[in-house]
Design a protein around this ligand. Structure first.
Ligand code: SF4
Length: 426
């Protein structure tokens, strides 16, 4: 038995792909072990969305080489795709395999270890999500939008969507294995197209699977067509939670970013979603300090967040990505101003998140139980993406339950253990 350790830096798509590689290699004697353990093989799925992601990716490679200097180390993912030489330079023991050849990794590994390849390797569906109570499902990858700050379209290539049947089969396999939620993910899921579009795929999954919760990963504000909003409104199995990569609340900056929507359309969309679905949570990504962002531009972003029903924020400080148009834009914002602006937005975001969470005290939520906290409490995630902690025993792990909400403490809702009702399958 060979030991194999896997690590996904960055997005849910990277985590899905690592799971697929893990499950493809298991039948050939590769036993998955935690990344902190000594292994014969290490596979690192890298990320390059920010300079920090590059750094973390390199750190993972160095950690693997330190753990077992004679191990085989496979570096793949977006950083490997765009900076193969920098990765190869990390050690002669690494093999750098870009995104375009990622599906080939299991075959390459068998070759490296001199193991016969019976040809049953490619395109295996995942059946579980190691270390997770909710599973991520890749529905597409790639993008052709070319936003001026982004390098992912270059790392991931043109959009490719998976067959709906493949996705349905995978979701049914996960349901059989006790999963109650899947997160539909990709690079640009709003551009899903394979006979049907994204809304069509959702309808197919709702019809052909019994998965209780379908969560949508990021969707651009201009990709919420009426039929999608109607489906979110009418289908309780679609989680009442959306995440919008808004990026800025100022039209001049949005134009300079190459984003194809206006700031006021975000507020209009948020109001429509609130009206359409009771208890929905709306999250947003914001990039602060984009080149040319003045105090006035930034204040427009602050107003957009303050004046609209946006309930939590992911705030990113702009960082140059080599090879992007924005990296050569003038009027770069100082690190001090970036720090000040992101600090202020995070405080606003935290206040809004707390207020939205507290609005569920006295109500009940459905949650999927995930893990035990240091406090000894169990914790789970609600359909509308709030963390709920409660006293409970191990048998509740991974279970889908209803629970009454008593209070809000230490950035989490508190559930009443007496009120727990398990949500039965089917
Ligand atoms: S939509 Fe824009 S930000 Fe998103 S992956 Fe495509 S190019 Fe990058």
């Amino acid at each position: 038995m060979l030991k194999a350790a896997f690590n996904a830096v960055g997005c849910k798509l990277n985590q899905y792909e690592v799971q697929a590689i893990t499950e493809s290699l298991e039948p050939y004697g590769f036993q998955p072990v935690p990344f902190t353990e000594k292994a014969d093989l290490y596979v690192i799925n890298t990320c390059t969305v920010t300079g920090k992601a590059d750094y973390t990716s390199r750190q993972m490679v160095r950690r693997a080489l330190r753990k077992n200097p004679s191990a085989r180390v496979i570096i793949t993912g977006c950083y490997a795709e765009l900076e193969p030489a920098k990765n190869e330079a990390l050690s002669e023991r690494v093999a750098v395999i870009g995104n375009s050849r990622k599906a080939d990794i299991p075959r390459i590994v068998l070759n490296l270890f001199g193991i016969d390849n019976d040809g049953n390797l490619i395109g295996k569906p995942i059946t579980r999500m190691n270390g997770h109570s909710r599973a991520f499902i890749k529905i597409q990858e790639g993008c052709r939008e070319k936003c001026t700050y982004c390098i992912i379209w270059k790392a991931r290539g043109r959009p490719i969507s998976r067959e709906p049947e493949e996705i349905v089969d995978e979701i049914n396999a996960l349901y059989e294995n006790g999963y109650h939620e899947v997160v539909l993910t990709g690079v640009h899921i709003g551009r899903y197209k394979k006979g049907v579009d994204f809304t069509g795929l959702l309808k197919t999954v709702l019809q052909d699977t019994d998965m209780p919760r379908l969560r949508l990963s990021s969707l651009k504000p201009n990709e919420f067509k009426d039929k999608l909003i109607e489906l979110i409104a009418s289908e309780s199995r679609i989680c009442p939670h959306v995440h919008l990569p808004v990026q800025s609340g100022d039209d001049t900056i949005l134009k300079s970013m190459g984003r194809k929507y206006k700031a006021d359309s975000v507020g209009i969309l948020a109001d429509r979603l609130i009206e359409a679905r009771l208890g929905i949570t709306i999250g947003a990504d914001i990039i602060v300090g984009f080149p040319g962002e003045s105090d006035t531009n930034f204040e427009n972003t602050v107003s957009l967040i303050k004046d609209n029903p946006i309930h939590h924020l992911h705030v990113f400080s702009y960082s140059d990505r080599p090879g992007t148009p924005a990296s050569s834009f003038e009027n770069k914002v100082s690190p001090e101003d970036k720090a000040k602006r992101s600090g202020r937005l995070r405080r606003i975001g935290n206040r809004k998140k707390k207020a939205h969470a507290q609005s569920f005290i006295g109500k009940h939520l459905d949650i999927i139980v995930e893990d035990r906290q240091r406090s000894g409490m169990l914790a789970g995630i609600s359909g509308n993406y709030h963390k709920v902690e409660f006293a409970g025993d191990e048998s509740l792990r991974k279970q889908h339950i209803h629970i009454d909400i008593d209070s809000y403490e230490k950035e989490a809702l508190r559930g009443n253990p007496e009120s727990i009702k398990q949500i039965k399958k089917g």
